[in-house]
Design a protein around this ligand. Sequence first.
Ligand code: MG
Ligand code: ZN
Length: 198
Amino acid sequence: MANNNTRPAVFLDRDGTINREVEYLSWPDQLELIPGAATALRLLREAGFIIIVVTNQSGVARGFFDEERVKKVNKALETMLFQKGAVVDAWYYCPHHPEAGKPPYRKTCSCRKPYPGMVEQACRDFPINLSCSFVVGDNLSDMGLAENCGIRAVLVRTGHGEKVLQRAAGKLSEPVDFVAADLLDAAKWICAVQRAGG
Ligand SMILES: [Mg+2]
Ligand SMILES: [Zn+2]
């Protein structure tokens, strides 16, 4: 372990994990919390985890909405969570896509999940102990992110999760450490793993 001042983090996907999946969600009034999401964040924070949201927002590259809108939606979601006593430490998004739209957003970046750029940035911004950290998401790109960062992955069945599992028919292309019903189930499992010493 690097030093004793670092803390574990949970890197959370946004759409389909914290709030209900809506394709290219871009308005605050489309936000609906998945039941238990705020409680999940509270449990994780009480257990000492830094809470980081990492979200792919290729709708920007595709010209569906701008970065200001992404920030507005994140802010609105942060407020909804805060009203339920849940705090997010930081929000990161990737506005890029390798093929869609125009430069500067059309690019092969290192931040679009499953690439680890957003996690690497969070590790520069916060004293994170990566080896004790987790990724939670509803898509294979989230599981790939965990794989690329060498950390544990939890797939939630909300959002695209159920569909991803059905398509995989028991053989997911990315390693998954736990399949959770939803974010609250994921948080309980993560806290139990942590209590067990790992
Ligand atoms: Mg998602
Ligand atoms: Zn990017």
